[in-house]
Write a protein that binds this ligand. Structure first.
Ligand SMILES: [Zn+2]
Length: 351
């Protein structure tokens, strides 16, 4: 098969450090931005909003429109794009998942540079080439573009609720199983593995594992690692380096669970589960979860085993043709056996 050389978009500006939020106006000024549109999460602490506002006004940057986002529907994002006026030269997304996804998509539609300012690190979506939006109530991953700038204030992220950072740890751990699923797909269906993307994804997990803490220094590594995952997806043009069987299980839970939890909490437990099925990296994942307190936060609010058994059966139909360990014969029976008998898994569930 003839393959064309890889061309990728990566962020031009990356600042991951304490106090970065207060300097965001200076960063935007360096690229001559004088008027911006801002998308912010509903319920964002006042101190964060005020710090951004002051940073922009100190640098004489006009906010031509400020949008609070609590709805990440595709229709809403397109409608906001249509109503954009005042000729902004850049789009800023500040806060968590939905606001960043909508901001990224509006920036993509309007062909404006996008600056992502995540205030928590609950997943790898803040620096990926896709936007997670809903269409008729269903979650869809739509092609968008990489942020031009990524500004992560580690002091702000360190003040976010710990379950958000731990969700990011869970999402990061899933790269182990995602890569094994990808390699399994190659051996079973011939689907090409992009070597560089796989290495980048693998290396990103190990970077955080070298110092797995949730203080400012640890969060700097977590943010960098999650960002590298987004770039790995951009490198190969698919979600393969960041998403495998464990993500299919989490997507199935989102559909069937009476109370779906944070993406990375579901994905992390599913990654440990699938690592036992792969018989690879289980001890690395369980140690990472023990060191960061991931297991403790799961034990405080356990999942329902019946929902997870249903989810593992539904998982392969979530993305037809996406080969993972769950596509192998007997894998689901083996998975059920592991779920019922592994001692760490038992701590995650009520019957
Ligand atoms: Zn994820």
């Amino acid at each position: 098969m003839k393959r064309t050389p890889t061309r990728v978009a990566i962020p031009t500006l990356v600042r991951i450090k304490p106090g970065a939020l207060a300097r965001s106006g200076i960063y935007l000024n360096r690229f001559d931005h004088r008027s911006v549109v801002v998308f912010q999460s509903v319920g964002l602490p006042k101190s964060i909003i005020e710090a951004l506002r002051a940073a922009l006004s100190d640098s004489k940057i006009d906010v031509v429109s400020l949008n609070e986002v609590n709805d990440n529907s595709f229709d809403r994002a397109v409608d906001t794009f249509r109503k954009l006026n005042g000729q902004p030269t850049a789009v800023i997304g500040v806060g968590g998942g939905k606001a960043l996804d909508v901001a990224k998509y509006v920036a993509f539609l309007s062909k404006l540079p996008y600056f992502a300012i995540p205030t928590s690190l609950s997943n790898d979506g803040f620096c990926s080439p896709q936007s997670s939006l809903t269409i008729e109530g269903k979650r869809r991953s739509l092609a968008a573009m990489m942020p031009f700038g990524v500004i992560v204030d580690t002091r702000v992220c360190a003040q976010s609720p710990p379950n958000l950072s731990l969700s990011g740890v869970g999402d990061l751990a899933s790269k182990f199983t995602a890569i094994h699923d990808w390699k399994l797909a190659f051996h079973n269906t011939g689907e090409a593995v992009d070597d560089f993307a796989a290495l980048l994804s693998d290396g990103s997990v190990h970077a955080f594992m070298a110092r797995p803490t949730l203080d400012e220094a640890g969060l700097r590594l977590l943010a960098t690692s999650l960002m590298m995952n987004g770039i790995a997806m951009e490198v190969c043009g698919s979600s393969r380096p960041a998403s495998g069987s464990e993500h299919l299980i989490s997507h199935a839970l989102d559909l069937l669970s009476a109370r779906p939890r944070l993406h990375g909490l579901q994905v992390g437990v599913a990654a440990y589960w699938m690592s036992l099925l792969h018989n690879e990296n289980s001890s690395s994942i369980s140690e990472l979860f023990a060191e960061t307190g991931f297991w403790d936060i799961i034990a405080e609010d356990r999942f329902y085993m019946s929902e997870w058994l249903e989810a593992v059966n539904l998982a392969p139909s979530i993305k037809p043709g996406y080969f993972t360990v769950l596509s192998l014969p007997d894998s689901r029976a083996k998975a059920e056996d592991i779920l019922r008998n592994d001692s760490l898994m038992q701590e995650c569930f009520v019957a």
